[in-house]
Design a protein around this ligand. Structure first.
Ligand SMILES: [Zn+2]
Length: 297
């Protein structure tokens, strides 16, 4: 089995990322899966090279060692850095286009928002441009979502059911500026890299079914999913806003040791009753203990 650690390049890693790493390496160890490292910089407007350099430094300093994928900012180009993979995404898009499964959309976000019922959560695209035959280049490229419900068994949360058609409608694979979206780039990468175990935070659970629809449409095996809780109040004490937003780079510069940071992440994830230092090797074993599963919420 293969899972991945795939940080986005939108900022420096913080304590929430460390908890995520513990889950990724911990669940991978439990399942006998390898961990691949991938840089998700599909959002070129927010990606900064210093973030990428800091990711590799932080991984090494904390003691998380990926089994494959990218291992340094100087590896250019890389199949494991999204900004280097545009030609590949283009080829996958062409496959979908040939099968009539995507279309160009000229609607602005503002127009779509104006179309929503009062109090609606996520923006749901009603399909205004579905039959207009607009070109893909220069327009938002949308995927024709499948009708009905998509069900999957989450390894942590049990059976899940989602209806992408009602949640988001025909979702976007590429924006009008030509930037690939997270949903599309991520599925393309998982297929290309043979990822069959996806470990991610509960905050993006809502978007899993639309990814599954892409896997199914591209006739690729659907990975197993494990959605983990995020940093909340841990063992009773609330993590301050400052602690949540402070980067690992800052904490390190302020004199914190790797073990202290691992301990803080475990504590704020509810795994230990008080903040004590722990090595990565001990911490990943702790994350695997079944008594922690589904007990935290
Ligand atoms: Zn449209």
């Amino acid at each position: 089995m293969l899972t991945r650690f795939a940080p986005s390049l939108t900022g420096y890693l913080h304590l929430g990322h460390v908890l995520h790493m513990l889950y990724v390496w911990g669940i991978a160890q439990k399942k006998g899966a390898g961990v691949l490292c991938r840089i998700e910089d599909h959002d070129l407007s927010r990606a900064r090279p210093e973030y990428e350099t800091a990711i590799f430094q932080t991984l090494e300093w904390l003691g998380f060692i990926p089994d494959l994928g990218i291992s340094g900012a100087d590896e250019k180009p890389s199949d494991f850095r999204q900004s280097d993979c545009s030609a590949y995404y283009e080829s996958v898009l062409q496959t979908l286009e040939q099968r009539g499964l995507v279309y160009g959309c000229e609607c602005s976000r503002k127009q779509i928002a104006a179309d929503q019922p009062v109090g609606a959560g996520e923006l749901c695209y009603s399909g205004t441009c579905r039959d207009k035959g607009l070109p893909l280049v220069g327009n938002t490229v949308r995927f024709r979502t499948l009708e009905g419900e998509t069900a999957f068994l989450d390894l942590e949360l049990g059976e899940q059911r989602q209806i992408p058609r009602n949640q988001c409608g025909d979702f976007s694979l590429r924006d009008r500026q030509g930037q690939w979206t997270y949903q599309f780039a991520c599925v393309c990468d998982d297929i290309r890299h043979g990822v069959d175990l996806v470990i991610r935070g509960e905050d993006i659970l809502f978007s899993t079914a639309r990814q599954i629809q892409l896997f199914q449409t591209l006739e690729a095996p659907v990975p197993q999913y494990f959605h983990h809780p995020l940093i909340t109040d841990g063992a009773g004490k609330k993590l301050s806003k400052r602690q949540r937003s402070e980067s690992i780079t800052q904490l390190r510069e302020a004199g914190a040791s790797p073990e202290e940071i691992i301990g803080q992440a475990l504590f704020s994830g509810g795994f230990i009753p008080e903040c004590t230092g722990l090595t990565v090797n001990k911490a990943v074993v702790l994350v695997q203990q079944p008594e922690f599963c589904r007990k935290r919420g």
